[in-house]
Ligand binder design. Sequence first.
Ligand SMILES: [Zn+2]
Length: 458
Amino acid sequence: MPRWEQHTAAARRSLFWNARMERMPRAELDALHLAKLRGLVAFVYERSPYYRRKFDERGLKPRHIATLDDYKRLVPLTDKQDFIRLQSERPPYGDTLALPFDLVAHHVETSGSTGLPLAIPLSAYDTERYGESWTYGFWAHGIRPEDSFYFAFNWGNFAGFWSCYYGARRMGCRVISGGGADSQGHIKNILRLKPTVLISTPTFALRLATVAKEMGVDLRDSSIRFTYHAGEPGPFALPAMKRQIDEAWGADSGELLGIAEIEAFAPGCPERDGVHVNEMNVFAWSMNPATGAEVGDGEVGENIITSYTNSAQPLLNYRSHDLVRSVGGCACGRTWRKLPGVVLGRTDFMVTVRGTNVYQTAVENLLGEHTGVSPFFQLVLEHADGNDRMTVEFEPDPAVARADWDALARAVGDRIHKALHVRLEVNPMAPGTLPRYDLKTKRIIDKRPKELRRELDR
Ligand SMILES: [Zn+2]
């Protein structure tokens, strides 16, 4: 076999899209981070009025950043709310751009399911890098250039769709848009066009499975070999979700963690129990959200992210509001920081119920793991007598008999009480009564007065 063919065969078998970067020893990786961060700080100070103002307010100059600790400690935190405010004062981008306006090649947005969407201007370079951020996860999952992608969603301005499309194109795969099809239409499209990869939210993959069953279609016989998910807790966060999707589709489900305004920055681990921070494209560290101090290795903290791939609207020390547990080293061979269980909670989805802090995702994870609970559940927030109250409403799995619903609800309540030290009201609902969503599932129904609510969009 000629040498180039040997090389190609080995690269195809490898689980690494970029082996040199994904396995780089920690000391080398940290030295590279420092060099990139110093370059980035100098770039934004020179080019972005927004960052120059923030730095000048603190008397901070690029030369003050000599170590990674300096960077974490001195460079001010940024937050989605700052950007939304600046953009709404001076549409479309406020003074956050670090590149001339005419170099913005693609305008995308956050999903904006609640409140104002965040505008995300991307340069041509940014679109390529954003697209490739998906490719790391696709490759590790076993997807190869001969595969073909079916996108089971409508195309609007949402950053996730476009970047995923760029990622599939980057690999040279055939791409098929589901366009405006309904669930039955998606299933007919899949049977007719024979894609091998389904891209959807995890709950929508399960919904399609239910609809297929009603149509008398067994999806395990379809051409789909892989399903890949983002946008809400998926198979690597919720073992029950992984089992249900794998069984329904007869395929391997995968997941990545992304943030629309950054990128698909954490591709799934081949061990299928978490994601890795893409340290080619971002620098991340974990912060105690109450004190602002860095938390130790393996402790839960808020993921603070700096992007190397957003040159038009740079994001430095950006608050993700995701609570993660970041650890070093993994059986898969990546040296990149790993987040087992993906996102463990949201700092801004926290409510205080009778003096106990309750994170939405913590409750979701418990429900997702509980046998007999279907993926259709929601958390209703109310405010009475100065207290937040959270009620869990869930549809029992259709296999659970009506007579057993109350016992199931009590068991769920006990499980939450044991794990989170708070007693929540848990109500079973008849199958089919809770709302279904094509895109991002809405799990929190916030009925509290407006002034008590926080931004729930991401
Ligand atoms: Zn791994």
